[in-house]
Design a protein around this ligand. Structure first.
Ligand SMILES: Cc1ncc(COP(=O)(O)O)c(C=O)c1O
Length: 227
């Protein structure tokens, strides 16, 4: 069976190690001796809580995240975060800076615009068909955040040094380079990554958020309920 496996270098869904697939296979019908498959147990059961809690712990260990960071696994893929980020962190009287480095940043910008949010394109490489990472920026002084795409999957460009923006949190779409290198987490308020590229099968998006940005999340539900 092993010899028939295809070498999959697709950008996503990515290949998983054979040992992982075999472990899934061997425990599929009777997950952790609970008598059921993992696809049959309740997503609110303690068996499943263990799976999620273990994934959070492993993520924290691999990325060296301290207690200020929260790790979430959310539905909707990375694309949903294009909208969730401005919905939750960009108030109507504020501006967020976006750096446009390719297809995925362009989509993130579009989602913020659909929501009628005020954004400033602080840098762009659109002039040369997104073939480089810009070095000159026009940042807003009190921006709510600066959004970047750390690796531009389609154009193949990657940020090697993240900008210093004096306490303004960077929000980064790291879908295609998460876990590929050590990160200085101090610069980031939030990182999101569709799991299917670098860390697992499709169907979930990993979001890492730092406490101080979390405290600034907009009270959107309360505002809307009281209209
Ligand atoms: C950098 C980047 N951001 C976002 C996405 C979209 O992710 P999803 O399919 O999880 O919405 C992709 C690829 O699909 C990507 O490479």
């Amino acid at each position: 069976m092993d010899t028939k496996r295809i070498l999959n270098f697709n950008a996503g869904p990515a290949a998983l190690p054979l040992s992982v697939l075999k472990e899934i296979q061997s425990s599929f019908l009777n997950f952790n001796n609970c008598g059921m498959s993992i696809t049959e147990i309740s997503h609110r059961s303690f068996w499943f809580d263990d799976v999620i809690n273990d994934a959070v712990l492993r993520t924290k260990r691999l990325l060296k995240l301290d207690d200020r960071f929260h790790v979430l696994f959310l539905q909707g893929g990375a694309s949903l975060q294009f909208a969730m980020v401005p919905m939750n962190f960009l108030g109507d009287n504020n501006t967020a800076d976006y750096i446009n480095t390719g297809t995925w940043s362009t989509k993130a910008i579009k989602e913020a615009e659909i929501l009628n949010k005020k954004i400033n394109i602080a840098g762009s490489s659109k002039d040369k068909n997104f073939s480089y990472i810009p070095e000159n920026f026009n940042f807003t002084k009190q921006a709510s955040y600066v959004h970047i795409t750390s690796n531009n999957t389609i154009k193949g460009t990657q940020w090697h040094k993240f900008p210093d923006i004096n306490k303004i949190p960077i929000i980064a779409d790291m879908s295609s380079d998460i876990m590929s290198r050590p990160l200085d987490m101090e610069k980031f308020g939030l990182i999101y990554a569709g799991a299917q590229k670098n860390i697992g099968p499709s169907g979930t998006c990993m979001v890492i958020i730092k406490d101080d940005l979390l405290k600034k999340a907009l009270n959107i539900f309360i505002n809307k309920l009281h209209v």
